[in-house]
Design a protein around this ligand. Structure first.
Ligand code: MN
Ligand code: MN
Length: 462
């Protein structure tokens, strides 16, 4: 080897496609792992459904609801269900909770179209729903694509009626219209941002008039009659409902080589599923392991099911107090992986990235030291010490990883739950899967990266 080549190998930082680094056994494991992930995506399209499915999986692995006043020992598995929208799973460690916990925190809400409180109307003999989008969406992406209705009617007599319609092959679906190109001359002059406006995201839900009567709003009347027969509800019950439109299609493989996954809601179920399956695989950790799957990240982690609430603080407090320990000390000694996605470089749109600091599909799990916008505004910038500690952990476990910034400086920006967990005095850094077309109704990830995310979550909590 020439001296220069030797020096280069010794001194340069080199980044390699993970699929070239790993052997066939690992790649086969990644493919197999992602079959479970795709199945999870199909049954967990909302935070409520994700909590339901996660609890079901956890109970099968011996997790029980945490009860205040009960004592749990090392290896015991408990969970805290916050209003069916956020859930924390914990495996009690050999060491005292007061000496710190290892937390993985992902979110299970995704951008979507919520129905307005009074959504149903009739116009020009068609029945439609008014929507109010949730999270950061590019509105034009949500038209002319099949949608499914998910959520609950909560009735004033206390009953809660689950709704899921449009997922099965034989179920009807819904759709938002758009103009034909022939008549779009004026609309085409709009900016992409206003190509479809918020109040134009109206969902077509029916067209048959109710025949046995005459008068106005017969299509709307017929829809209400059908809804009354199916769910026992009247129009006033929409006022208290939580209903949302999500893409109706299922997760699938992408590419001739099947190396990628295309699906709705991968931000952030692509990290939530690894965090969940990792804690399900943990038996007797040194430190108490906690995996939290949170709601409301996409709208700022607000509300009593978001991570700006005291829920996680209370969880750690309950666990510490159960051992006669102090909650504040436990928090101060705790460490966290904020398990969230980063934007992968898309070769069609490389200009929003700075290549040396962008993340790439198939290059492994992404460590993101900071997110934010502009001059690192509104981010928890992980300390050098903690960043090095996590990188060391990944190296030691032989996990393929990369670093990433959220785009070129001043291209835009964003954030994760990291800053809210940091506010509690916990050491935290973002670690997750690179995603193509993030926040689109159909997002793409690489199976290899998903598996590396699982391995990272496991190594951190074990
Ligand atoms: Mn996210
Ligand atoms: Mn997001």
């Amino acid at each position: 080897m020439s001296e220069i080549k030797e020096l280069k190998e010794q001194l340069f930082l080199t980044k390699k496609n993970g699929r070239l680094v790993e052997d066939d056994v690992v790649l086969a494991k990644a493919d197999e792992y992602c079959e479970g992930y795709k199945a999870f995506l199909d049954v967990a399209k909302t935070e409520r459904e994700a909590v339901c499915e996660a609890v079901k999986m956890a109970e099968n692995c011996g997790f029980v609801p945490f009860e205040i006043g009960k004592t749990y020992n090392a290896g015991d598995k408990v969970y805290f269900n916050n209003r069916g929208k956020t859930v924390a799973f914990a495996v009690i460690g050999k060491d005292a909770v007061e000496n710190g916990t290892n937390i993985t925190a992902a979110h299970i809400d995704s951008p979507r179209l919520d129905l307005k409180p009074n959504p149903l109307y009739e116009d020009s003999d068609l029945a439609l729903f008014k929507t109010h989008y949730y999270g950061g969406i590019r509105k034009y992406q949500w038209t002319v694509t099949p949608l499914a209705l998910h959520g609950v009617f909560a009735l004033r007599d206390g009953r809660v009626i689950d709704v899921s319609l449009g997922e099965k092959d034989d179920e009807p679906k819904f759709v938002i219209g758009d103009l034909l190109p022939h008549l779009a001359r004026e609309q085409d002059k709009r900016t992409l941002h206003d190509g479809i406006k918020g109040e134009e995201l109206n969902v077509l839900v029916g067209s048959h008039p109710f025949k046995d009567d005459e008068g106005s709003e017969l299509v709307k009347l017929n829809i209400l009659k059908l809804l009354n027969e199916k769910y026992g509800i009247t129009e006033g019950d929409f006022l208290s409902a939580e209903l949302t439109m999500v893409p109706a299609y299922k997760a699938c493989d992408i590419g001739f080589d099947r190396s990628l996954i295309g699906a709705y809601g991968q931000d952030d179920r692509v990290c939530a599923y690894p965090a969940l399956t990792a804690i399900l695989d943990i038996d007797m950790p040194e430190k108490t392991a906690i995996a939290i799957l949170a709601d409301k990240e996409e709208i700022g982690s607000c509300g009593n099911t978001g991570l700006q609430s005291d829920f996680l603080r209370f969880v750690i407090g309950d666990l510490a107090k159960m051992q006669g320990g102090d909650a504040t000390v436990a928090l101060r000694n705790s460490k966290c992986l904020s398990a969230d996605v980063n934007a992968a470089l898309d070769p069609t749109f490389p200009d929003v990235m700075e290549r040396k600091n962008a993340s790439f599909v198939n290059y492994g799990v992404v460590v993101t030291k900071y997110t934010g916008a502009g001059g690192k505004s509104s981010t928890s910038d992980a300390s050098a010490e903690y960043t090095a500690e996590i990188m060391g952990l990944l190296d030691k476990a032989g996990i393929v990883w990369q670093t990433g910034e959220l785009g070129r400086v001043d291209a835009g920006g964003g954030g994760t739950v990291a800053k809210y967990i940091a506010n509690m005095g916990v050491d935290v850094i973002d670690l997750g899967v690179p995603v193509l077309s993030m926040h689109a109704p159909f997002e793409t990830t690489a199976k290899f990266d998903v598996y590396m995310c699982y391995r990272a979550m496991y190594e951190f909590m074990k």
